[in-house]
Design a binder for this molecule. Structure first.
Ligand code: FAD
Ligand code: NAP
Ligand code: SF4
Ligand code: SF4
Length: 509
């Protein structure tokens, strides 16, 4: 039986290069790679050789005959890409504005530089680790990563949900990269506080900033600062043992929680709030979060999207994972409507699954409700000033996905409100910053100030392209940055190579 890509796929495309018959798509040089929610195996051409299984860093590929029941839907999802995907690509060409930066993964080549090259990388998240991996292909290059936390790998450790154990296993790959004798990770060092960026630029031939997008997009509505309103950034950090969020005050003595936004982070947060604590106990969840979750009085978690189900930001693999996780997912059939010309196969599959959920008989116990077409207007507080409810306005959604407020409001009573409307980069002293997008302006990874590249300074990951994409998306993104850096190195465009070493030589002479 053909092999199948399942939920944990993080889109790094390693399997594409392992497959001898080119049956895994989209490949990084195909136009829909940058917007695909996962990769898919063509069942009609897969020869069942198994090469992709060992290439996958997160164990996402399973031989068809060993597909566990909770992943069974992925056989149809893989096949569906080939029966409808091609027709869709013609009818609905990829919108270039949604596409993430891509770099064709090139074959290793000999670097036209003989002397040693030293590169500093700020951060140790996925983008930093993929950049290090790409650089270490060249024997002349050594890499030092500077990480502010005591443990490496960024959101792969402190973001990915604890119950997503397969996805978290990508850290084994990062461990392998870090084990290279030419790679060093300096932990517990904040660049800009413990060590200055200028010092790094002096110490290394070039520096790559891979600091991610550490804060959340702010929701500017009245009442948002009331106790009981918590950002998903903080909540995720809290359950993943991130030192910045250890002491977050999470009060679960409430029957309902509302999550604003319906991206994959919102689904993670809602799933953790509704999961059986005994199941979570077997994961890497923080022990203090587990103790609080054991005392939870929550009966319902409502995940609110401002647009319709066809525009929901969560991905199909994550919706499948949620529905199959045993969570008591509830969707009101009245909330479901299908646009006349449903855009693509993935959206159609999402709508079909939501319709299936909506038609299920209700069961008792803690529920996770998916609500649509409601924008938050304000947070109402109780007499003590604590959050007591979210006032939402109903929207109409036009065929092109634009929302039109209707003026009708409802109040959803809840003493815990989680805002999950996306992450945001923060400015780095000494580097330019695009306030509107929350990114460091760059041209294919070269930091650009006032239209001119800053010599020897590069950027990758969420701080380069904005807070979207999977772990594996950072692989092609970092490949692009490293390609720019190496081209500049070979062209002699890195400013002041080896200043320290040259300074010493001057002194000796
Ligand atoms: C809650 C959440 C869950 C996710 N789950 C998944 C998932 O299940 N599957 C998936 O494929 N993708 C997932 N993603 C997306 C994925 O985590 C990101 O694509 C990826 O982590 C971005 O990598 P990055 O290196 O740009 O940033 P980060 O992972 O944020 O890494 C940045 C690193 O830089 C360090 N740093 C920042 N500033 C400094 C400084 N001044 N000095 C030193 N170090 C510094 C930070 O401490 C951090 O370690 C998730 C994202 C979130 C937010
Ligand atoms: N398992 C996984 O693979 C996994 C897990 C977690 C995260 N990730 C990835 O990490 C990235 C970040 O995820 P995310 O969930 O933080 O962000 P996201 O996917 O961008 O979702 C943000 C959500 O917030 C909504 N929103 C934005 N502004 C709003 C406002 N003012 N009022 C109400 N709603 C608002 C958006 O609605 P609109 O759509 O209407 O703008 C959307 O529903 C994504 O690429 C995601 O796929 C992946
Ligand atoms: S099993 Fe072999 S042929 Fe099938 S997708 Fe994997 S690598 Fe390709
Ligand atoms: S995680 Fe990477 S190797 Fe595994 S299935 Fe997805 S794209 Fe292929």
């Amino acid at each position: 039986m053909p092999h199948v890509v399942t939920q944990a796929c993080c889109g790094d495309a390693s399997c594409v290069y392992a497959c001898p018959v080119n049956c895994i798509h989209p490949t990084p040089d195909e136009p829909d790679f940058g917007v695909a929610e996962m990769l898919y195996i063509d069942p009609s051409t897969c020869v069942d050789c198994g090469a992709c299984v060992s290439a996958c860093p997160v164990g996402a590929i399973v031989p068809g005959h060993r597909l566990p029941d909770d992943q069974a839907r992925f056989a149809d999802i893989n096949a569906g890409h080939y029966t409808t995907g091609v027709a869709d690509a013609v009818r609905f060409p990829v919108d270039p504005s949604r596409q993430l930066p891509m770099a064709p993964v090139t074959k290793p080549r000999r670097l036209a530089v003989d002397e040693p090259v030293s590169i500093g990388i700020v951060g140790s998240g996925p983008s930093a680790m993929y950049a290090a991996d790409e650089l270490l292909r060249h024997p002349q290059v050594s890499v030092t990563l500077y990480e502010r936390l005591r443990r490496p790998f960024g959101l792969a450790r402190y973001g990915v949900a604890p119950d997503h154990t397969a996805t978290r296993s990508v850290m084994w790959l990062f461990d392998d990269i870090a084990r290279d004798p030419r790679c060093e990770i300096k932990l517990g060092l904040t660049v800009g506080r413990d060590i200055m960026l200028d010092d790094l630029r002096e110490r290394h031939d070039a520096v790559i900033w891979a600091g991610g997008a550490p804060t959340d997009r702010a929701l500017a509505i009245p009442g948002i600062t009331a106790p009981g309103v918590v950002s998903a950034t903080a909540f995720v950090g809290w359950y993943n043992d991130h030192r910045d969020h250890d002491h977050l005050d999470v009060d679960l003595a409430t029957s309902r929680a509302v999550v604003i936004g319906n991206g994959n982070v919102a689904l993670d947060v809602a799933r953790i709030l509704t999961a059986d604590p005994d199941t979570l106990a077997a994961t890497a969840i923080s022990r203090h979060a587990l103790a609080t979750l054991r005392r939870s009085e929550i009966e319902e978690v409502v995940v609110l999207g401002r647009r319709g189900p066809a525009q929901a930001a969560f991905t199909l693999p994550e919706l499948v994972g949620l529905v199959e996780s045993g969570a008591n997912v509830v969707v009101d059939p009245a909330e479901l409507s299908r646009p006349p010309d449903t855009p693509d196969a993935t959206t159609r599959a999402k709508l079909d699954l939501l319709a299936e959920v909506a038609a299920r008989p209700r069961r008792g116990g803690r529920t996770l409700r998916l609500g649509f077409r409601r924008s938050p207007v304000r947070i109402d507080a109780d007499a003590e000033g604590r959050a007591a409810g979210v006032v939402v306005e109903r929207n109409r959604v036009t065929d092109d996905g634009t929302i039109e407020p209707t003026g009708t409001t409802d109040t959803i009573a809840a003493r815990l409100v989680l805002t999950s409307i996306g992450y945001r980069g923060i400015p780095v002293p000494g580097l330019p910053f695009d306030e509107a997008r929350g990114v460091i302006p760059n041209d294919a990874g070269r930091v650009v100030a006032d239209g001119t590249p800053v010599p020897g300074m590069y950027v990758t990951g969420w701080i380069k392209r904005g807070p979207s994409g999977f772990i594996g998306t950072n692989k092609t993104d970092s490949a692009q940055t490293v390609a720019s850096l190496l081209a500049d190195l070979e062209a002699g465009a890195l400013a002041d190579r080896h200043p320290r070493r040259r300074g010493l030589l001057d002194l000796l002479s």
